[in-house]
Write a protein that binds this ligand. Structure first.
Ligand SMILES: Cc1cc2nc3c(=O)[nH]c(=O)nc-3n(C[C@H](O)[C@H](O)[C@H](O)COP(=O)(O)OP(=O)(O)OC[C@H]3O[C@@H](n4cnc5c(N)ncnc54)[C@H](O)[C@@H]3O)c2cc1C
Length: 484
């Protein structure tokens, strides 16, 4: 093996996983992170006696997915905490259903049946079957069921150009099921279903249901990149926090190194950027890329955002039996996320609520909890005012859903799109990275290799699939396979 000098720009889950694997393989790795702490959108920071994530996280596959693969390669990874049942679905104005990671698990099926008997959730099975058979035929449906049961988890490439809306409404007639599936599409891709790619969504759904391991890392979400970075340092890698890459040095059509904001040039055989494809092209100089490539990069769209209210409590949350809740608004499935487009404040909101201290009690002082309430929001930085209105409504709903928090909030943080953009250095407050949407998903997603020799992308913009952080980790595994 030839020992290469590798400079990685950015310590998100993708950058840190890749850097750790390359250091383990014996390469000389330097990782530059512009923030004073590692992890990007997947960081955790101390707030008084609590530890708070920068985001609102739950993880789809934990040790059973790409993070487990990376941990096995580098010899270190987070310890995972999971609970069964794993999450609660709150049907606004009706009641709660506790669920296992798979909808097909008997426990989840029983919860759905009970909600059906109470009139909260109408599955309308005969109408669903009729619709599915009329649109796909018996052969098509059997093929789909066989595919979902395939232990290798197929890529669903044939669905990459269909929207989640077209795909689901061709098979499901029940408004309640469609509302829940639209919420699931939003929580996993952070896109409304008329933009999200059915191929990406079905891959996410099948892979998480097969893994049956919805979970959270002990120590907070930031422990994922932190554990990989510990492995990188143990294997001789260098981590420079508070060190921003200002430009990528390209000479003779090849990336030769990175110039930091302070003006230092760090030579490299390989430059691997976790800063997103758009920022990477700017750093390397647009003129160094073919026009066709820059035009394509300019046309790529980022996902929408998740914004959050974090309640630091002096008591435990008692009205939820799992660490995580999806509050589903009682709105028509087709229009529940119209506000992302039209700028309005709806009458009810989809909320993704987590209590990280229920997964890991060390994240809050004894007898206390941290309650994080996430809301899908537009990623466009011109829409901060709307975000403030959405957070006001989210707070009001949270107090209704969790009445026990009244008078027990000792501190509160509100994070929105401007905070996320500051964290990543990207031009929008996106949540995932590039949107996993029709026209830029599956085989149409940017590849980790760029047209500039020696310059590669890693993270949620290139090469992977799956939910947010796992998409980034899959990208790191793919690139490691190419370059090790
Ligand atoms: C509120 C919220 C909730 C989320 N919930 C979930 C969830 O439940 N489950 C899930 O799996 N995912 C979730 N995500 C998404 C997930 O966090 C992201 O998809 C993931 O972090 C992307 O990883 P990445 O490797 O692409 O890099 P990022 O996390 O985007 O990190 C990129 C890093 O590069 C650094 N950087 C950029 N430019 C430079 C430069 N010039 N020099 C040096 N450093 C630079 C940045 O500072 C940053 O640290 C959530 C995100 C948010 C914001």
């Amino acid at each position: 093996m030839v020992r290469k000098k590798v400079v990685v720009i950015g310590s998100g889950p993708g950058g840190s996983a890749f850097a750790a694997m390359m250091a383990r393989a014996g390469h000389k790795v330097t990782l530059l992170e512009k923030n004073g702490f590692p992890g990007g959108k997947c960081s955790s920071l101390p707030v008084g006696e609590y530890v708070a994530d920068t985001g609102v996280h739950m993880f789809g596959r934990g040790p059973m997915g790409p993070f487990g693969q990376v941990a096995r390669i580098v010899g270190e990874g987070p310890a995972w905490s999971r609970t069964l049942p794993s999450f609660t679905v709150r049907l606004s104005g009706k009641g709660n259903m506790d669920m296992y990671p798979s909808m097909f698990h008997p426990y989840s099926a029983l919860s759905l049946a009970k909600a059906g008997m109470r009139g909260w959730f109408k599955q309308n099975m005969p109408r669903n079957v009729w619709r599915a058979l009329s649109n796909h035929g018996a052969g098509g449906m059997l093929g789909m069921i066989r595919k979902m049961a395939d232990p290798r988890v197929p890529l669903y490439s044939e669905l990459q150009d269909a929207t989640v809306e077209d795909f689901l409404t061709s098979m499901v007639a029940s408004e309640d099921m469609l509302r829940m599936m639209h919420a699931q599409c939003m929580i996993t891709t952070v896109l409304p279903w008329d933009r999200a790619s059915a191929g990406e969504f079905m891959y996410i759904l099948s892979s998480t249901m097969r893994a049956r391991y919805l979970c959270y890392p002990r120590g907070g979400s930031g422990e994922i990149p932190a554990s990989f970075l510990r492995a990188m340092i143990r294997n001789g890698g260098e981590l420079r926090l508070g060190c921003e890459a200002a430009s990528i040095l390209v000479e003779g059509e090849r990336a030769r190194g990175v110039v930091t904001r302070e003006g230092e040039t760090i030579p490299a055989d390989l430059v691997v950027s976790n800063a997103g494809v758009k920022r990477t092209v700017e750093m390397a100089g647009r003129d160094n890329f073919p026009e066709q490539y820059t035009a394509r990069v300019d046309s790529l769209k980022e996902s929408e955002a998740f914004i959050a209210v974090k309640f630091f409590l002096d008591r435990k949350v008692s009205s939820m039996r799992t660490p995580c809740m999806m509050h589903i608004p009682d709105l028509p499935p087709q229009s529940m996320f119209d506000y992302l487009e039209d700028g309005s404040i709806p009458s009810d909101l989809f909320l993704f609520v987590t209590v990280p201290s229920a997964w890991d009690p060390m994240l809050a002082p004894p007898g206390k909890d941290l309650l994080i309430v996430g809301v899908p929001a537009p990623s466009d930085l011109g829409r901060v005012e709307q975000c403030v209105g959405l957070l006001d409504l989210a707070e009001r709903i949270a107090v209704e859903v969790f009445p026990e928090i009244r008078g027990h909030v000792v501190d509160k943080q509100r994070t929105h799109i401007a905070h996320t953009a500051h964290l990543t250095g990207r031009p929008t407050g996106e949540c995932i990275g590039l949107g996993q949407e029709v026209g830029q998903s599956g085989t149409l997603k940017p590849l980790p290799a760029t047209p500039v020799a020696g310059l590669y992308l890693v993270g949620s913009d290139a090469g992977g699939r799956g939910i947010g952080t796992e998409n980034a980790a899959e990208s790191a595994l793919y690139l490691f396979g190419l370059l090790k």
